[in-house]
Design a binder for this molecule. Structure first.
Ligand SMILES: NC(=O)c1ccc[n+]([C@@H]2O[C@H](COP(=O)([O-])OP(=O)(O)OC[C@H]3O[C@@H](n4cnc5c(N)ncnc54)[C@H](OP(=O)(O)O)[C@@H]3O)[C@@H](O)[C@H]2O)c1
Length: 332
């Protein structure tokens, strides 16, 4: 007999939380009761799930008393504060923040890449950073063909990666600029409409930012390969939803374009969009609201012997966050 689970979403009103609710419904996750949690500001609001209105409750230390699985998406501070209490009450936490990702006792899981790591959990499983998930869903099949030794990746990250307020800021700034009105800059450090800038995370002494460092550390942990060399550049662009990444890889042996296309066409969670005749390659609008990660522009790297060049797009609210978390819950 199949079991139904009491599920909670912490951060249910956020950009990721809303997608989690939809994903649980669309994938028919066996939910007995769904508890929606957010800040005091949202307590009493109601959100739709499977045709019912569910009232949002304020997240607190007792929120998890009866919960089997909690999907956390309310920022790292809330994960650190509330996930231990949830684990103590027997809940398995799937955490979207960076709070526990590099903790050795916490598996960091992309179901298409390292599903077996789920079994190693002690109550918390971490969802990787969105750019890392999207990258590795495409690179893992190529890695399995021949070990990848080096990755050079540049990202084009949408406003939604920074949450609901950042999406609203892109919309508002765009319409105000088109109406020749003054704009305000709050959610990002710089104007996002009609502009792009280096990712809005802390810059470290070596010149790399936190987002870039996450891609390096998390990719190595997920692939269990500390010698993998990665040079990332992360950029925020005025796209509302879905991230893109330009990627160059070097492998131990030469993998041909044909071989790469074949393996990627058969890969789970990947769709090849590579129509050279019509200059049609992955675009954010192709993957908006979609579960798959699109890959195209699959070319030989003409500057190195064993190199391949690729262009990737994925909906980071779904595969980069909500969908990956629900897939982990399915593995459980
Ligand atoms: N956006 C992405 O693409 C993405 C991808 C991967 C991972 N993540 C991670 O997922 C998390 C959420 O991101 P998001 O983009 O969904 O952000 P968001 O749109 O800003 O949503 C934040 C959520 O956290 C809740 N929250 C904030 N302060 C709280 C508090 N003190 N107590 C309880 N709940 C609180 C908010 O509730 P209120 O509505 O009541 O304020 C809201 O539900 C972050 O850790 C982020 O790093 C995001």
């Amino acid at each position: 007999m199949s079991k139904n689970f009491n599920v909670a979403i912490a951060g249910a009103t956020g950009a990721v939380g809303i997608e989690m609710i939809k994903t649980l419904e669309e994938r028919k996750f066996p939910v007995k009761n769904l508890t929606l949690l957010a800040s005091k500001r949202s307590a009493g609001k109601s959100l739709r799930y499977c045709g019912q209105n569910i009232a949002v409750q304020e997240l607190n230390q007792n929120s998890f008393d009866d919960i089997d699985i909690a999907l956390f998406s309310a920022g790292g501070g809330r994960s650190k504060e509330f996930a231990p209490a949830a684990v103590n009450s027997g809940t398995v936490v799937i955490d979207n923040s960076s709070a526990f990702r590099m903790d050795d006792s916490v598996p960091l899981v992309v179901p298409e890449v390292n599903p077996e790591d789920v079994k190693k959990h002690h109550g918390i499983i971490a969802n990787p950073n969105c750019t890392t998930i999207i990258l590795l869903v495409v690179l893992k099949p190529l890695y399995d063909l021949s070990r990848i030794t080096r990755i050079i990746v540049s990202t084009y990250q949408s406003a939604s990666g920074a949450g609901a307020k950042a999406m609203e800021e892109l919309r508002t700034q765009t319409s105000r600029i088109l109406e020749n009105k003054e704009i305000t800059v709050n959610a990002f450090p710089h104007q996002i409409a009609f502009n792009l800038f280096s990712h809005n995370s802390t810059i470290f002494e070596n010149g790399y930012c936190e987002e870039e460092q996450k891609m390096v550390n998390e990719s190595r942990k997920i692939l269990n390969d500390q010698s993998l060399q990665i040079c990332p550049t992360t950029i925020r662009v005025p796209v509302l939803r879905a991230h893109a990444e330009s990627v160059v890889i070097e492998q131990e042996r030469k993998v041909s374009v044909e071989e790469a296309k074949k393996i990627l066409s058969d890969a789970s969670g990947v769709r090849v969009i590579d129509d050279r005749c019509n200059n049609k390659f992955p675009m954010p609008i192709d993957v908006n609201g979609q579960d798959f990660v699109a890959v195209g522009r699959i070319r030989d790297d003409i500057s190195s012997e064993n190199g391949l060049s690729l262009f990737i797009c994925g909906d980071q609210l779904l595969k980069g966050a909500a969908l990956n978390a629900v897939q982990i819950a399915e593995l459980l």
